[in-house]
Write a protein that binds this ligand. Sequence first.
Ligand code: CU
Length: 455
Amino acid sequence: MSNRRDFFRAAGAVALGATAVTRVGAASLPEAVYQTSPNMQPPLAPNTGRPYNPVATLNGWSLPWRMNNGVKEFHLVAEPVVREFAPGMKANLWGYNGSSPGPTIEVVEGDRVRIFVTNKLPEHTTVHWHGIFVPNGMDGVGGLTQPHIAPGKTFVYEFTLPRAGTQMYHPHADEMTQMAMGMMGMFIIHPKNQRSMRVDRDFVFLLASYDIEPGSATPRTAEMTDFNLWTWNSRVFPGIDPLVARTGDRVRVRIGNLTMTNHPIHMHGPHFQVTATDGGWVPPSARWPEVTTDVAVGQMRAFEFDAIAGDWAIHCHKAHHTMNAMGHGVPNMIGVDHRGVAERITKLVPDYMVMGDKGMADMGSMEMALPDNTLPMMTGTGPFGPMEMGGMFSVVKVRDDQKPGDYKDPGWFRHPKGTVAYEYTGAISEPVRAAADKPSSKNMQVRKPSGHEGH
Ligand SMILES: [Cu+2]
């Protein structure tokens, strides 16, 4: 679909290189750079301005700029985009420069930026620089600090970044629709001193949620709580990039939350410390050792750890957030013997399946007809079988021989001999139970299947 478009984009990028140094070029709108691939692009090393250590945006990219008399000029284009959530499902979203989330913007503390925003959406928009201290008129609140950017118009934001941090950008215009359609991006301000807070790998991603009916492709933007796709950078497991590192690397993970609920992000393996919040770096004496850090709505968190070899799961700890569409609103059938019922239903509906009477784990490996353009509720296969995950789940893959700067998926971890949980094959005797613990019909309690709201 986009070959022709990509060609013109590539041609545009070349033209930018040729004109950026001329006065005519400097007085014009910077060429907009586009990226439609959901694959992680290599960190963008700065070729002008102060040096910094670039971040790695999961399933994303960073926006190139041009230097104009000491000012970094970026060009954001708000527009409809198509985003693949994972192989097998694409969504019609709104985003920036070909992708949702939009490209990560990376600058250095003290930089002056000029950001051109062109609106190619069917309705007006603005850009708010979330958590960045800017002159009031640059704050991007439509109606309050500026007129809205009408479709087809371009506005210019210009400000200086006073301090390092992990921030975001998103519209402050028809927010309910525009953020539910995927309009958001990360804004990273690196320390002026390249050695300050230095890490070997610096990953960033945004939490976003969508409600897309199985078989359709456009989010239901009026949804308030009951989303069915919980995403990192508008991707769900098994479509989310692994966080790849080398043993001993100092690794930072920066997370921003633009969903409508909090997400306790949990990492297996090495303990981490929260080293930055929305307000900047946390002084070493105030850092908490943690294995789960809650990221509330509108917040940013950054944590750091020393990488230890293995395949360590990293995920939101709300169980429904590691599941894709179709898993919600299913009654609890555990313990229900519905064989007789199934026989009778099969006469009416030949494809009817008995599900869930022993739990839902079968869903992880089941080959089941799905509507077009949706994903199984839990999926993914690891070296030992089905992983039964979805949504906000990925793997921190740490290897002894991963080369510095190499983010390629190294495959599954090879566990040293004798370090994997194994089956016990000896004799099993009847467990000794206290008399009162013996199951009887008297102490059984019947709970009826019930729904759940607001997970
Ligand atoms: Cu969550």
